[in-house]
Ligand binder design. Structure first.
Ligand SMILES: C=CC1=C(C)c2cc3[nH]c(cc4nc(cc5[nH]c(cc1n2)c(C)c5CCC(=O)O)C(CCC(=O)O)=C4C)c(C)c3C=C
Ligand SMILES: [Fe+2]
Ligand SMILES: [Fe+2]
Length: 387
């Protein structure tokens, strides 16, 4: 079979407080994260938003020890996966390609070339597909492949999403059961799935399958868990002025408090490692929301991290991918049906209707921003919540 590599894709996170600004710049400079129809505006806007957001974001990272644990945990997962595959008689080398921070995807590809891999399995560490996560990484890889003809020698296959994988569902069910079993009356607890949100337009206009995959994943986990508990699904981490998938986690927690729920068991559902959204947003911010809503027993289910069943899930995915016909990066968007990656075909240079509408919107926004800033001394983005 030759040399086999497994490329694990993830978002990346700042290792220390000084990294927060440049990390945020990389994130907002990604057109799959902020969709604007003018390429030239992307980087100035990314610079503007990241500069203004850095302090708030640093305060959050300070609360979890001054940096993201994502790199360390992803390295542990990569190591455990390699060990397990070795036990199964499958020698592989694992590589980590982060989208917005070290080790960058480009660095991983350089190592893959240096090691002369003949076969490569591309495995995003996101169980569900979203344009903003796996989609963005696939897009970047497609560009890297186009720019480097040598890469065409590597026989690769992509795993687009894997939220139905049985060992993954069992790992999630086991982690939930562990938390429920700590309670005096486990059946009474309300299980609260908190998924990372995306803007509603991703699903409704761009055809992102994310919401459907999250919903299906949640019910599959509940079936696997096989307990009588009530459950809710809500979406966290909204940023910016537009509407995101609803219900929002904070609203749903308040509604449950008003209904008299006393025990809440929160399950982070779109990530497979601890990071700022679990350690800070859920454990600190949403715990406080729950407390105010009268829910005093707030519990959080651990992320899969290196749970043996989760590592088994990853290794099963790799073994299956090596046996199946290969799936190319260009085939993923077709497979995910009508997903429209940025830039959408209708967005062209010149005076197209879309460009005209956007020119008008931007001019109007600039004017409103100026008036607000003159009256209040604060910029518009402060009010729309992005800063
Ligand atoms: C499935 C997971 C994720 C989706 C979907 C997603 C979409 C998405 N995110 C932003 C903006 C931000 N994300 C930030 C951090 C962050 N996001 C994810 C995962 C998903 N994002 C993770 C795992 C992390 C944390 C990494 C870490 O440091 O541990 C941040 C930075 C943190 C902050 O300032 O709040 C921003 C900003 C958008 C706009 C978006 C969809 C369009
Ligand atoms: Fe995010
Ligand atoms: Fe957040």
């Amino acid at each position: 079979m030759g040399r086999v590599g497994v490329l694990l894709l993830n978002l990346g996170g700042p290792d220390q407080l000084e990294d927060v600004g440049p990390f945020l710049f990389n994130l907002f400079a990604d057109p799959e994260i902020i969709r604007i129809p003018f390429k030239w505006l992307q980087r100035p806007l990314a610079w503007f938003i990241s500069t203004r957001r850095t302090k708030t974001s640093q305060d959050n990272y300070r609360q979890i020890g001054g940096g993201s644990p994502l790199r360390r945990i992803t390295e542990e997962q990569a190591y455990a996966l390699k060990q397990r595959l070795q036990e199964l008689g499958q020698e592989v080398e694992t590589y980590i390609g982060m989208r917005y921070w070290h080790p960058f995807t480009e660095e991983a590809i350089a190592r893959i070339k240096r090691d002369r891999c003949d076969r490569l399995v591309i495995l995003p560490l996101y169980p569900q597909f979203s344009i903003s996560t796996s989609g963005s990484s696939f897009r970047l890889l497609q560009r890297i492949w186009l720019e480097d003809p040598k890469l065409s020698q590597i026989e690769y296959t992509v795993i687009p999403s894997w939220y139905k994988q049985p060992a993954y569902l069992q790992a999630m069910a086991d982690l939930i059961a562990q938390e429920l079993n700590k309670l005096p009356n486990p059946d009474k607890a309300h299980i609260f799935f908190s998924a990372h949100g995306v803007p509603r337009s991703y699903v409704e206009e761009a055809g992102d399958p994310y919401q459907q995959e999250i919903e299906e994943c949640t019910s599959l986990i509940m079936q696997t868990l096989n307990r009588p508990n009530d459950y809710t699904l809500a979406y966290q981490s909204r940023v910016g002025p537009v509407e995101w998938l609803q219900p929002y986690t904070e609203d749903a927690i308040q509604a449950l408090g008003a209904q008299g729920v006393e025990d809440l068991v929160v399950v982070p559902i779109s990530f497979v490692s601890e990071h700022i959204e679990t350690l800070q947003e859920i454990d600190i911010e949403y715990r406080e929301v729950a407390e105010h809503a009268g829910i005093h027993n707030f519990h959080r289910v651990a992320a899969p991290n290196t749970h043996p069943l989760f590592i088994q899930a990853l290794s099963d995915l790799v073994v299956d991918a090596l046996k199946s016909p290969s799936l190319k990066l260009s085939q993923v968007t077709q497979l995910k049906k009508k997903v429209k990656m940025y830039p959408q075909e209708s967005w062209q240079w010149g005076m197209t209707t879309t460009a005209e509408v956007w020119n008008g919107r931007i001019a109007m926004l600039g004017f409103i921003a100026l008036v607000i800033e003159l009256i209040t001394g604060k910029g518009l983005l402060h009010f729309v919540g992005i800063l």
